[in-house]
Design a protein around this ligand. Sequence first.
Ligand code: AMP
Ligand code: MG
Length: 487
Amino acid sequence: MSNEPSPTVTFDDRFARELAEMAVPWQADEPPDPRLLVLDEALAATLGLDPAWLRSRDGVRLLVGAGVPDGARPVAQAYAGHQFGHFVPRLGDGRALLLGELVDADGQLRDLHLKGSGRTPFARGGDGLAVVGPMLREYVVSQAMHALGIPTTRSLAVVATGRTVHRETPLPGAVLARVASSHLRVGSFQYARATGDADLLRRLADHAIARHHPEAAETEQPYLALFEAVIAAQASLVARWMLVGFVHGVMNTDNMTISGETIDYGPCAFMEAFDPAAVYSSIDQAGRYAYGKQPLAAQWNLARLAEAVLPLLHEDQERAVVLATAALDRFPDRYRAAWSAGIRAKLGLPDALDPTRVVPLADELLTLLHSGRVDHTSFFRALAGAARDDAEPTRRLFPDPVAIDDWLARWRALSPDADAMDRVNPIYIPRNHLVEEALAAATHGDLRPLERLVEAVTAPYDERPGLERYAAAAPPDFGSYRTYCGT
Ligand code: AMP
Ligand code: MG
């Protein structure tokens, strides 16, 4: 086996080249005993990376950044961010590195990025490391999100480092290799703006347009069009989260992308009993990022993006504020349009049906789900059965089955399409108790529960025999679930 990195891996360094002020050249730590835990072979192939080679010693060294090809220029990226409402002008990749960009099978530029690769100049008090459990959580949840058709960064691999990481207890260290259409965040624009360097802000916007929203370049006001495109992408993304019951957990501006991909799976969770106030993050004590508050949180973050890009929108800053405000004011409509189209599909109702008939019916349903503390995922999956004349499994989800009868009768009068419902309402999601079970086993060296969970959630709509426990809600003794910030 050769000790040279695969000659076929060629990284671009477009971010580092175009935005050098936001890129600190840096090197990953050399882990004492790297061992590959999981690899997404299909994703590797779309990036032109040979999965068999990635499993080799040199391949694994690439996946932890210890052996990068000649010419690669890994960098830690600078960004700022509002964390729980408070502005921090310098966050950046404290424990992460951008190895560079690869061109995927569709000709798109994709970042290959590492998390847990050692301290960088942005590390502040942190140790620069990551732990097996949380990195595998990002792996499994991002796999599920992708399979659900929700835009997301991808997880290529998790490698155990052989190093002990000290948290509340000693834990096994890991590096996650992450793939994204870019790592540009709202916080990247906040950082550029805070430097006061107008040229840097413009170059960042040009870079974002070229990579994510090229149609903006053809408009009369490309930077306003960029801002509008980000608003549209985020409105659609958060609607998708809401429809599937996903709670991100830490929607700080540094965790919101310009591309519209979900990023930074820390204390995230899928809601079980429907509840707008559902919070799973141990650090979100005020419920700022509760399930039902996510659309508002997104709009708040986009207002911070507006502030950052104001100098690009108009020479006259008062005019710029008017333009930005008008664009931002359209977020709620865009969000509602995306959500109504999605809920109509979940209810199996035809496209042509007037939204003014669908939305009140859906709102009424959510009130019933909330008061009955009904499992969100189980309800929508069971409901297709009710469209096929078997309403009992749906009714049984309610503490008082009669509570849903009147609603069911009015919904069935609209002739829902049960097969269409099965194509959009997942049966398998990464339920919290299953994720915890899989991560605990993996932390002790047994990867099988994780592999089985990944298998279930990567075909979320296809009901398969033998996977019953992956479709069931948590046992009552699982209690109120909390996740700890993904360190
Ligand atoms: P996150 O909460 O993961 O979005 O991270 C917020 C900020 O803290 C980012 O700047 C991270 O790079 C940094 N950070 C988180 N954990 C660590 C760590 N263990 N070592 C160094 N920096 C970290
Ligand atoms: Mg983050």
